[in-house]
Design a protein around this ligand. Sequence first.
Ligand SMILES: *[C@@H]1O[C@H](CO)[C@@H](O)[C@H](O)[C@H]1NC(C)=O
Ligand SMILES: *[C@@H]1O[C@H](CO)[C@@H](O)[C@H](O)[C@H]1NC(C)=O
Ligand SMILES: *[C@@H]1O[C@H](CO)[C@@H](O)[C@H](O)[C@H]1NC(C)=O
Ligand SMILES: *[C@@H]1O[C@H](CO)[C@@H](O)[C@H](O)[C@H]1NC(C)=O
Ligand SMILES: *[C@@H]1O[C@H](CO)[C@@H](O)[C@H](O)[C@H]1NC(C)=O
Ligand SMILES: *[C@@H]1O[C@H](CO)[C@@H](O)[C@H](O)[C@H]1NC(C)=O
Ligand SMILES: *[C@@H]1O[C@H](CO)[C@@H](O)[C@H](O)[C@H]1NC(C)=O
Ligand SMILES: *[C@@H]1O[C@H](CO)[C@@H](O)[C@H](O)[C@H]1NC(C)=O
Ligand SMILES: *[C@@H]1O[C@H](CO)[C@@H](O)[C@H](O)[C@H]1NC(C)=O
Ligand SMILES: *[C@@H]1O[C@H](CO)[C@@H](O)[C@H](O)[C@H]1NC(C)=O
Ligand SMILES: *[C@@H]1O[C@H](CO)[C@@H](O)[C@H](O)[C@H]1NC(C)=O
Ligand SMILES: *[C@@H]1O[C@H](CO)[C@@H](O)[C@H](O)[C@H]1NC(C)=O
Length: 680
Amino acid sequence: MHFSHIFTIISLGLAVHAQTCWENLICTGPLDTAFPGQWEANIFAPDCRTVFPVSILSLANASVISKWPGSAQISGNGSALVFDFGKEVGGLATVSYAAQGSGALGLAFSEAKNWIGLWSDSSNGRFQAGDGAIYSNFSASGNYSYTTDKAHLRGGFRYLTLFLITNETASTIDINYVSVEIGFQPTWSNLRAYSGYFDCSDEDLNKIWYSGAYTLQTNSVPVDTGRIFEASGWNNSGALSNGSTVIVDGAKRDRAVWPGDMGIAVPATFVSIGDLDSVKNALQTMYDHQNKDWSFPEAGPPLLQQGSDTYHMWTMIGTYNYLLYTNDTEFLDKNWDRYTHAMEYIYGKVHQPSGLLNVTGVRDWARWQQGFNNSETNMILYHTLITGAELATWQEDTTGLAQTYTSRATNLSTAINKYCWDTSYGAFKDNATDTNLHPQDANSMAIYFGVVAPSSASAQSISSRLTHNWTPIGAESPELPNNISPFISSFEINAHFVAGQATRALDLIRRSWGWYLHHPNGTGSTVIEGYLTNGSFAYRNSRGYSYDESYVSHSHGWSAGPTSALTSYIVGLAVSGRVGSTWTLKPQFGDLEYAQAGFVTSLGKFSAGWNVTGDGRAYSVWWKVPEGTVGKVTLPPLPSGKTGKITIDGKSFKNKSIRKKEGLTFEIGGGNHSIIVVSK
Ligand SMILES: *[C@@H]1O[C@H](CO)[C@@H](O)[C@H](O)[C@H]1NC(C)=O
Ligand SMILES: *[C@@H]1O[C@H](CO)[C@@H](O)[C@H](O)[C@H]1NC(C)=O
Ligand SMILES: *[C@@H]1O[C@H](CO)[C@@H](O)[C@H](O)[C@H]1NC(C)=O
Ligand SMILES: *[C@@H]1O[C@H](CO)[C@@H](O)[C@H](O)[C@H]1NC(C)=O
Ligand SMILES: *[C@@H]1O[C@H](CO)[C@@H](O)[C@H](O)[C@H]1NC(C)=O
Ligand SMILES: *[C@@H]1O[C@H](CO)[C@@H](O)[C@H](O)[C@H]1NC(C)=O
Ligand SMILES: *[C@@H]1O[C@H](CO)[C@@H](O)[C@H](O)[C@H]1NC(C)=O
Ligand SMILES: *[C@@H]1O[C@H](CO)[C@@H](O)[C@H](O)[C@H]1NC(C)=O
Ligand SMILES: *[C@@H]1O[C@H](CO)[C@@H](O)[C@H](O)[C@H]1NC(C)=O
Ligand SMILES: *[C@@H]1O[C@H](CO)[C@@H](O)[C@H](O)[C@H]1NC(C)=O
Ligand SMILES: *[C@@H]1O[C@H](CO)[C@@H](O)[C@H](O)[C@H]1NC(C)=O
Ligand SMILES: *[C@@H]1O[C@H](CO)[C@@H](O)[C@H](O)[C@H]1NC(C)=O
């Protein structure tokens, strides 16, 4: 269903309610989540596709001056009130007002509180004239209703400033009604119908998990709302993909498909909102716009930026992730030929004698330096080859591709370890010749993608070295100095978890995502694109660049790493075979007392949880997964370090290996199971 169609339906509904009983608008019946429970209270998504402000702020000092609905008058030229929706929203705004005199009602939008005012935060482009405001002009006293036109859909904001521009000293406006028709997640009538959930003993982690999930919803948008660059103002009417819904990088901007961002956004989508239609359409648009030399664009249309070896490979990794979660073999059949050509295109950049990839498509996530045999790119190639081999197997390829890709991966891993490892420092360098820079991206990916084994001395050294970049509000990227990237930090937390360093991973989640969650100027409901180590929102505004600070996106799916990591590594439940035909359960307690999570695939519901006693002398683990699946369970060692007595589904037995550092691993079939471990 296309956005225009949905909007018509909602508008009609709204017209009936407008100005009369709108505050009583009833939108949805009971929640429709796959796993009902008290954790649903943490869902940020509204009940209703029509949303209203919750309070009014003074423009002068940004303090709350009244609740809304209530009375709201602006009087005289330049007077303004700020309507706060209480969380990130996005879509088409409607304002009804009674005006005296003549003039214009201005509407200006902002995600962060810093940029409330008569001028919107920036979404169009750093080098354009600025977003400014949109106006509802009136030439005489009367009652007016104004709705944003489709091109001016505002994809993401929390604050709407309404102001009066007039030449008449006696002119006033009484605001009677303000609403937004949510534009995102266009195919869902109930925005709270999540297929996944998460709950643990730390309320901040719960909110962070759900802010990642809500961010992904705001990034799943109607396919005709892509950003078109304009000399000034903004225009969100570009064609993004076929289908009805597509995942883009950010709510406010860029509003384009960015496959690298999907490396974090898609695993997080799978465990939370479960909207894989948006993922399929995003990937298909990349295949539809593949170039003649078989390279993929860096970003989808209308942007269609080119020239990125890393983002080329992220489309390929995205294909694997999508197949893992859906087993959509029709999609793979349709695109397999293009995928294999894309593999030859990128592998053609591997040169002897080093056996490393030489980057010539130098665009990337935002790191300052890219090119030559950059380590991050080689880590991504390793993962591309490993996942490519798996795809070839799933595709039942008989030409030996799986073997070819696997042996290339093995050789590449050897080359990376030989040329890029810095023995004296105990982490990877930025490339084979670099001596000083030990980047956050390549080192995090080395562990996450398995270029080093999780329990190896190298992995443990990298995990420890990464903490040297930490500041009180997050990890500074050495490859993007002065900046904190929650995108690359998402890889870092995954790396610490894979290395078995759960407490370290939780520490970084709390420092970085916790800082933003509690920031008084933030959205309080989504995850931010990036920020500076000095605590300002001016991501990338350093090294002589002077970007418009307000351009930063405050709802960016590439920062949703904690959402998948908490499910996959704290609860420890993850799919390893297509649609969960095989799965793993490997809880890590960190400093938590309990945790549970669940998600859905075409096979059914998967969920698991655990409790650990305060003194660490006992714990219990349970899981409920579809019959016919096969799992690998790894029980953690007792936190007390003692030997345990294990009771599985009511039957007890002793096993000394629970004492080992790696815990106890065994295979088990699907169904409902529970285990209790008590120290002897
Ligand atoms: C903020 O401004 C409003 C008027 O716009 C005023 O009533 C209020 O006292 C101000 N608050 C502070 C803390 O200055
Ligand atoms: C009205 O206020 C706006 C915004 O502050 C200002 O730019 C403009 O010059 C003012 N117009 C008049 C006639 O004072
Ligand atoms: C104010 O007056 C100027 C000059 O006559 C005119 O150009 C402008 O459009 C008027 N503004 C409004 C908001 O009526
Ligand atoms: C929030 O924004 C206001 C207005 O721009 C600024 O004065 C204040 O320092 C900011 N607060 C924080 C904690 O950054
Ligand atoms: C509406 O009012 C704004 C602000 O005064 C002005 O910039 C704009 O040109 C006006 N638009 C029309 C169509 O008169
Ligand atoms: C706006 O409508 C209300 C009733 O709906 C009416 O009482 C009021 O006079 C109208 N205002 C103007 C300026 O026409
Ligand atoms: C938005 O862009 C489209 C496509 O270029 C163009 O047709 C339309 O006129 C623009 N609308 C606005 C309001 O700028
Ligand atoms: C829609 O699909 C057609 C046919 O594959 C393709 O040519 C076109 O570029 C696609 N549109 C977008 C916006 O991706
Ligand atoms: C390696 O990449 C650099 C750009 O980073 C380029 O100048 C050089 O020609 C490339 N070498 C080969 C062998 O392709
Ligand atoms: C290797 O990495 C360093 C640090 O990013 C960079 O300054 C240098 O230019 C790179 N070397 C080459 C040959 O690209
Ligand atoms: C995936 O789909 C294919 C083709 O429909 C089917 O043969 C295969 O069994 C499926 N695999 C899983 C794990 O569901
Ligand atoms: C903790 O244990 C209790 C008692 O066995 C159980 O009811 C509860 O569901 C467990 N919680 C989690 C998160 O697993």
